[in-house]
Design a binder for this molecule. Structure first.
Ligand SMILES: *[C@@H]1O[C@H](CO)[C@@H](O)[C@H](O)[C@H]1NC(C)=O
Ligand SMILES: *[C@@H]1O[C@H](CO)[C@@H](O)[C@H](O)[C@H]1NC(C)=O
Ligand SMILES: *[C@@H]1O[C@H](CO)[C@@H](O)[C@H](O)[C@H]1NC(C)=O
Ligand SMILES: *[C@@H]1O[C@H](CO)[C@@H](O)[C@H](O)[C@H]1NC(C)=O
Length: 591
C-alpha cells in the first residue's frame, strides 16, 4: 500500500496546487480588465429615474443598477448641450480643448452634411481600449460630425474614433425626423418664410390699390417679379420640408446607410438587439459597448408595448421603454455570466429640456427634480445628471457618492481599467473614479470644475479640500423668459451670449451644498469670506483659461451649415432617391 499512499500524497499536493492556482487566478481576475458597458440617455433629467426620487415614472431596471452599484448624486455633465457634452465624455476633456464648443448662438449640429466634428487628432476612450485589445461598438446616437471635405472621407465617423462597429444615427433624433411632431426650425421658418411672404403680400396689395386708384404707375414687371419671389420662397420651403427628413434622419451600419429616412417602428428594440448581439459575439473577449439611446429627445416615440402606458405621456413612455432596454442589457450579461466582469455605467448627456412643450402645451421634456434650469444652461438642472456605476464584487452595492464627479471621468477610469496609459501630450480633465468607488478615497479629485455654456465660461465650482461647502460662482446666467419662468421658453433653449445673458460682477455666488436649488445668492453680509472665496475661484479660472490652446472651431457657422457636396444619400434601383430600407428584414427583432 506504500505506493498507494505516495500517490495519494501526490494527489493531495496536486489538488492543493490547483486550488492555489485557482485562488490566484480568481484574485487576479477580480479587478483587471472588465468589460465596459456605457449607457447614455439623451436629455433625460436627474428627476426622472426612480432611484433619484421619482415616484411615478417606472424605471425598475435603472433602479436595480443603482441598488447593485454606486449612485453619484453630484455627477456633472461637462456641458449642458449634446454635442459638446458628448465630445467631452469621449475625450475626457472640456470641449473647448477640441474646438467642439461653439462661439455662436448654435451649439450643436443639425445637418449630417456639415463639415465640423470631433477632430481625428482627439483620442477617445474607444481608441485607447481598442489598442488594448478590446472589441468596441457604438450603438445609437453619435452627433459628433461625419465628413470633412467630401461625402466619403468620413473623417469624423465613429469608426475613425476607435469603434470597430457602429449602428445608429450619425446625427441626433429631432422633431423633424418624425412627421407630425413639429419642427425645431420654427424660428427660421418664421423669419425666412412667413414674415417675407407677409411683407410681399402687403406690398403687392398696396401697390395694386395705388395702381387701381391711379395714384401710382406700377409697371406689370414689378408684380411679376414679386410673384416669382413668392414662388421661389415657397419652392425652397417645400423642398426643405420634403427633403430634411431623409437627408438628416437616417441609420447607418458602419459606413453604409441602413435605413433612410429612419423609421421609429421598434427602433429601441432594434438598437437593443444590436447591443445584445454585440455582447453575445464578444462574450469571450474584453469589450466596450457604448449604447447611446435616441430616447428621450423629441420626437418622442415608443413601440406598441410602451405607448400610452406611462403616467407621463409620450416622454414617460420613452423613458420606460429605455429602461426596458437597460434591463435587456443587464439580463444578457447575467445570462452569459459576465455581470461580475463588467462595469456598467448609466448616465444622461445633460439635464432635461424643460422648454420642450408641444404645440398643445403638453409637457414633453423631463424633470430636473429640485434643480433649477435645464438643458442649455449651467444651473444645476442643466448639468447635474444621473450617474450610476455597477461592478459587482468591486463596487459596493448601494454606495452613494455626493462628491463632485464629471462625465469626463469615465475616460481615465476605463483607460486605467483596460490597462492603457493616458495620453501624455494633452491635458485630460477627467479623474479616475475607482478610488472613490472602491472607498480608497473619500474626496473627489475635482477641487475645481468649470461650467461652460458653449465656448463661454459661465460658472466655476469649488469644492475646498478642507471644507463642506461647494461654492459655485456664475459669471453670467441666461435671461429666463417669460419673466419668472424656469427656462427660456421664448427661444426654446437658452443662449450663451449677447443680450440673452446677464453678466455678474461680482459673480453670483452660491453654496451648492447648502442651497442645491440655487435660490439664495450669497452676499458679503451672508457670507463673510465672500471676497476671499471669489478671489480663489477667479485665480483658478485664470489658471485654467491659460491652459486652453487655440484650436479650429468645429462649430463655426461654416462648419455647421449644410454643404450639399457632403450629403450622403442611398441609391435605389430608381436612382438617387435618398430612400432605402436595408433594415426591413431585421424588423421585429428584439424580444
Ligand atoms: C475624398 O477625400 C479623401 C480625403 O481627403 C480623398 O482621399 C478621396 O479621394 C476623396 N474622394 C473623392 C470621391 O473625391
Ligand atoms: C417624474 O418624472 C415626470 C416626467 O419627467 C415628471 O413630470 C415628474 O414631475 C417627476 N416626479 C418627480 C417627483 O420629480
Ligand atoms: C481651508 O483652508 C484654507 C487655506 O488652505 C483656509 O483659508 C480656510 O479657512 C480653511 N477652511 C476651513 C473651513 O477650515
Ligand atoms: C414590432 O415588434 C413587435 C413585437 O416583436 C411586432 O409584433 C411588430 O410587428 C413590430 N412592428 C413593426 C412595425 O415591425
Amino acid at each position: 500500500t506504500a505506493p498507494d499512499r505516495g500517490e495519494s500524497i501526490l494527489g493531495k499536493m496536486r489538488t492543493l496546487f490547483l486550488l492555489l492556482l485557482f485562488l490566484c487566478k480568481t484574485q487576479s481576475q477580480a479587478a483587471p480588465r472588465p468589460n465596459i458597458v456605457l449607457l447614455m440617455a439623451d436629455d433625460l433629467g436627474i428627476g426622472d429615474p426612480g432611484c433619484y426620487g421619482n415616484k411615478t415614472l417606472r424605471t425598475p431596471n435603472i433602479d436595480r443598477l443603482a441598488r447593485e452599484g454606486a449612485k453619484l448624486t453630484q455627477h456633472l455633465a461637462a456641458s449642458p448641450l449634446c454635442t459638446p457634452s458628448r465630445a467631452s465624455f469621449l475625450t475626457g476633456r472640456y470641449s473647448v480643448r477640441s474646438g467642439m464648443a461653439s462661439w455662436n448662438r448654435f451649439g450643436v449640429y443639425i445637418f449630417t452634411a456639415s463639415s465640423g466634428g470631433l477632430p481625428s487628432s482627439e483620442i477617445t476612450f474607444a481608441k485607447l481600449l481598442k489598442s488594448q485589445g478590446y472589441s468596441t461598438a457604438l450603438i445609437g446616437k453619435w452627433h459628433l460630425g461625419l465628413n470633412c471635405h467630401n461625402r466619403t472621407d468620413f473623417c469624423h465617423h465613429p469608426l475613425r474614433h476607435g469603434f470597430d462597429d457602429f449602428f445608429g444615427t450619425p446625427m441626433t433624433n429631432l422633431r423633424d425626423c418624425k412627421p407630425g411632431e413639429g419642427t425645431v426650425f420654427a424660428g427660421a421658418h418664421r423669419w425666412l418664410v412667413f414674415v417675407p411672404l407677409q411683407v410681399i403680400g402687403v406690398a403687392v396689395l398696396t401697390l395694386g390699390v395705388l395702381r387701381c386708384l391711379g395714384l401710382l404707375r406700377v409697371p406689370p414687371g414689378v408684380f411679376i417679379c414679386l410673384l416669382l419671389l413668392v414662388a421661389l420662397i415657397l419652392l425652397l420651403f417645400l423642398s426643405f420640408l420634403h427633403f430634411f427628413r431623409p437627408l438628416n434622419c437616417f441609420l447607418m451600419r458602419n459606413y453604409d446607410i441602413a435605413q433612410q429616412p429612419m423609421s421609429f417602428d421598434n427602433l429601441t428594440q432594434r438598437l437593443t438587439a444590436e447591443a445584445t448581439g454585440f455582447i453575445r459575439r464578444n462574450a469571450e473577449r474584453p469589450f466596450l459597448l457604448f449604447l447611446s439611446f435616441l430616447h428621450v429627445h423629441t420626437a418622442h416615440f415608443s413601440s406598441r408595448e410602451f405607448a400610452k402606458k406611462s403616467q407621463h405621456g409620450p416622454y414617460g413612455d420613452g423613458v420606460e421603454e429605455m429602461d426596458w432596454s437597460v434591463g435587456q442589457i443587464l439580463d444578457v450579461l447575467e445570462e452569459l455570466k459576465l455581470a461580475r466582469d463588467t462595469l456598467v455605467y448609466f448616465t444622461s448627456d445633460h439635464g432635461a429640456h424643460v422648454e420642450e412643450v408641444s404645440a398643445k402645451g403638453e409637457q414633453h421634456g423631463g424633470s430636473n427634480g429640485i434643480y433649477k434650469g435645464g438643458k442649455s444652461n449651467n444651473w444645476e438642472g442643466g448639468i447635474r445628471i444621473p450617474g450610476i456605476l455597477r461592478w459587482p464584487g468591486v463596487i459596493p452595492a448601494g454606495l452613494e457618492i455626493d462628491e463632485p464627479t464629471s462625465n469626463m471621468d469615465i475616460f481615465p477610469t476605463v483607460a486605467k481599467l483596460a490597462g492603457s496609459p493616458l495620453p501624455k501630450d494633452r491635458i485630460i480633465d477627467g479623474r479616475d473614479l475607482m478610488p472613490l468607488l472602491e472607498g480608497r478615497s473619500r474626496r473627489s479629485e475635482h477641487e475645481f470644475l468649470f461650467h461652460y455654456c458653449n465656448a463661454y465660461l459661465s460658472a466655476v465650482r469649488w469644492s475646498p479640500r478642507n471644507g463642506t461647502s461647494i461654492w459655485k460662482a456664475f459669471y453670467f446666467t441666461p435671461k429666463f423668459n417669460p419673466e419668472g419662468a424656469n427656462g427660456c421658453f421664448g427661444t426654446h433653449v437658452c443662449y450663451c451670449l449677447g443680450s440673452y445673458v446677464t453678466h455678474h460682477n461680482p459673480p453670483l455666488l452660491f453654496d451648492i451644498a447648502r442651497d442645491p436649488s440655487e435660490r439664495n445668492p450669497l452676499t458679503p453680509d451672508t457670507e463673510p469670506r465672500f471676497h476671499d472665496i471669489l478671489r480663489v475661484m477667479q485665480e483658478a479660472a485664470d489658471h485654467h483659461t491659460k491652459t486652453l490652446p487655440e484650436v479650429p472651431n468645429q462649430l463655426s457657422v461654416g462648419n455647421i451649415v449644410w454643404k450639399p457636396w457632403l450629403q450622403i444619400c442611398c441609391s435605389s434601383s430608381s436612382g438617387l432617391s435618398c430612400q432605402c430600407d436595408r433594415q426591413k428584414r431585421d424588423q421585429g427583432v428584439g424580444n
